[in-house]
Write a protein that binds this ligand. Structure first.
Ligand code: MV4
Length: 600
């Protein structure tokens, strides 16, 4: 076993890895940026090295600086966590060259799965079912058009080859939408992965996101730990994950488990990894269909729910196999018990289109009690900077079944206190009380989101004095899994949350926290004027002054927090004013377009 491991990450996952190392008797080395001097992962480790300034390229993404810290600390192995360099084949092979163990798969496996077209090709060769579409890159809109006509059909998903996790993913419902989807996917691929290559997949209606956890050692053993359902997502960001998946029974689990272990074996995988796939549960029909989507060659955010139902420590297993030890369990020792749910606690404001809500945590108290686990990297006084991921903690619960796990999660959410900034705590409380969650419904056709975007981007929320709130209702709209939820926050005397009219499914709604009643101001549509819901840079302007525009049509693309936000027309009419241009900066509330009534 290693005697010293460097953790090339920050936040909750760095703390998670440090805990695993402590249990294995391994000394830990933290690294940090100037912004993270006082971070918990730094205090928690046995020693710590400053990498550089806050921006990730100068700190957590700097291979040279990490190699320097490795050398100075004498660490024998590096755990990358997730994000940053976790799926960077260059980093993994640089370590290999320096004789340092990368706690993860061989760089060749990262590379094979990193290109989504290459991965699709390899998986098809290995007999793993992939979503029907191309395994070769598609070089032009014209070529795409031909392929769609000949084989794939509409609706079609256009995806960036360098992508993953939904980055560079566009849907075209018909030929006239193809150019925009193609160019959008290519543009995002270029921006995030320096690769504008795209490929096509048939767009599957109403799938579930079901992924399988695999573990592999260097002695040829590959096992799976069952699946997780991660269908509750917003703009490809997972919000809630659970294990086991509500739509998967023993027989299907065995089938997708076999697919997953074969996929991992086909690329010589070692360590902990995840096969992401789409499950189509053809209602009424005999067999569900499962399609490989991509492989995440790292430990994932949501690994915890699998740990809760299997009792297996995935991070420790990953460290053991990296040290050359065989897996400590065999497939027949993997037994699923009960149900686990994870809520991601992001510093985001759900009532304002999930905008990041950085700030300082002024008060902090974590929930506890039976079946509750909190994986966090923050405490009182922690600063959540806009520089990094807004996820500050994960709340995970276990109970004997899904319904009881939901009640337990609601209890734990109620105990959780995070003061000083907005988090997703109230969102989770609301969402887990919906009929949709109780029935484990998933996304309806994503395409319909397009028409919803305007409502999403502009929740109706006006600044209100706290006193006046007593008699007023506030409602906002959130979209999750391709479904739109009307969330009504009702002031006293009722003090409750009503979701989608009157469908609270669980116990009586709990009283609101003070923070939940806080009023927000945001971008929105006011008469003819459409204002920006976010601060950002205009990447694209899709309309012209004086031109007719249809409600729901694309107006502009605004980049904020490295995400592209498509702003769509709030009404039909004529573009009367257009005070934006490509490259201009906009602040929250700035006018983007004025649409006057009239022919369109
Ligand atoms: C898809 C899809 C439909 N058809 N691919 C890609 C990344 C991941 N975040 C979800 N992704 C999807 N890929 C094809 N060919 C639909 C989704 C999807 C989704 C799937 C299941 C449950 C929720 C979802 C939310 C958004 C997108």
């Amino acid at each position: 076993m290693f005697s010293k491991v460097l953790i090339a990450n920050r936040g909750e996952i760095a703390v998670r890895v440090i805990r695993a190392c402590e249990e294995l008797g391994i000394a830990t080395v933290a690294v940090y940026s100037e912004l993270d001097r006082d971070a918990i992962h730094v205090k928690r480790a046995d020693e710590a090295y400053l990498l550089g300034p806050g921006p990730a390229p100068e700190s957590y993404l700097s291979i040279d600086k990490l190699l320097d810290a490795i050398e100075r600390s004498g660490a024998q192995a590096v755990h990358p966590g997730y994000g940053f360099l976790a799926e960077n084949a260059v980093f993994a092979s640089a370590l290999e060259e320096h004789g340092i163990t990368f706690i993860g798969p061989p760089s060749s496996a990262i590379e094979a799965m990193g290109s989504k077209t290459r991965a699709r090709e390899l998986m098809a060769e290995a007999g793993v079912p992939i979503v029907p579409g191309t395994t070769e890159p598609v070089s032009s809109v014209e070529e795409a058009q031909k392929l769609i006509e000949q084989t794939i059909g509409y609706p079609v998903a256009v995806k960036a080859a360098g992508g993953g996790g939904g980055k560079g993913f566009r849907v075209a419902t018909s030929e006239d939408k193809l150019k925009e989807a193609f160019e959008g996917a290519a543009r995002e691929g270029e921006k995030f992965f320096s690769d504008p290559t795209v490929y096509l997949e048939r767009y599957l209606p109403d799938p579930r996101h079901v992924e399988v956890q695999v573990l592999a050692d260097r002695h040829g053993n590959v096992i799976h730990l069952g699946e997780r359902d991660c269908s509750v997502q917003r703009r490809h960001q997972k919000l809630i994950e659970e294990a086991p998946a509500p739509a998967v029974d023993e027989e299907l689990r065995a089938r997708i488990g076999k697919i997953a272990t074969e996929a991992a074996a086909a690329v010589g995988y070692t360590g902990a990894g995840t096969i992401e796939g789409l499950l189509v549960t053809n209602e009424g029909a005999e067999a569900a269909e499962y399609f490989f989507l991509e492989m995440n060659t790292r430990v994932q955010v949501e690994h915890c729910v699998t740990e809760m139902v299997t009792g297996i420590d995935i991070v420790k297993e990953g460290i053991r196999v990296a040290a050359g030890q065989p897996l400590s369990i065999g497939q027949d020792q993997v037994v699923l018990r009960g149900h686990a749910i994870e809520c991601r606690i992001n510093a985001e404001d759900a009532s304002r289109n999930f905008v990041p809500a950085p700030g300082t945590i002024t008060s902090y108290r974590e929930p506890a009690g039976p079946g509750v686990r909190v994986d966090s990297g923050v405490g009182p006084g922690s600063e959540i900077t806009p520089m990094y991921d807004p996820m500050v903690a994960k709340l995970i619960v276990w109970d004997v079944d899904r319904q009881q796990a939901t009640s337990r999660m609601l209890r734990a959410l109620g105990e959780y206190e995070i003061g000083g900034l907005k988090t997703l705590l109230p969102f989770h409380e609301t969402f887990l009380q919906t009929r949709q969650w109780a029935d484990a419904e998933t996304g309806r056709d994503l395409i319909e989101d397009r028409a919803w975007l305007k409502q999403l981007a502009f929740p109706k929320a006006e600044p209100q004095p706290e006193e006046a709130a007593a008699t007023l209702e506030q409602s906002y709209t959130v979209e999750v899994s391709g479904k739109r939820f009307e969330v009504k926050v009702i002031g006293p005397p009722f003090e409750g949350l009503a979701v989608n009219g009157a469908t609270p499914a669980a116990a009586a709604p709990r009283p609101l926290r003070r923070s939940e009643r806080a009023r927000t101001a945001g971008g929105g549509a006011d008469g003819d004027t459409l204002s920006s819901p976010i601060q950002g840079t205009v990447l694209k302007v899709a309309v012209e002054q004086g031109a007719p525009v249809q409600e729901g049509a694309l107006i502009a693309v605004i980049e904020a927090m490295k995400m592209e936000n498509e702003i769509t027309a709030h009404k039909s009419g004529t573009v009367a004013e257009l005070p934006i241009a490509v490259g201009s900066s906009v602040a929250t509330g700035d006018t983007l377009v004025v649409i006057s009534d009239g022919a369109s």
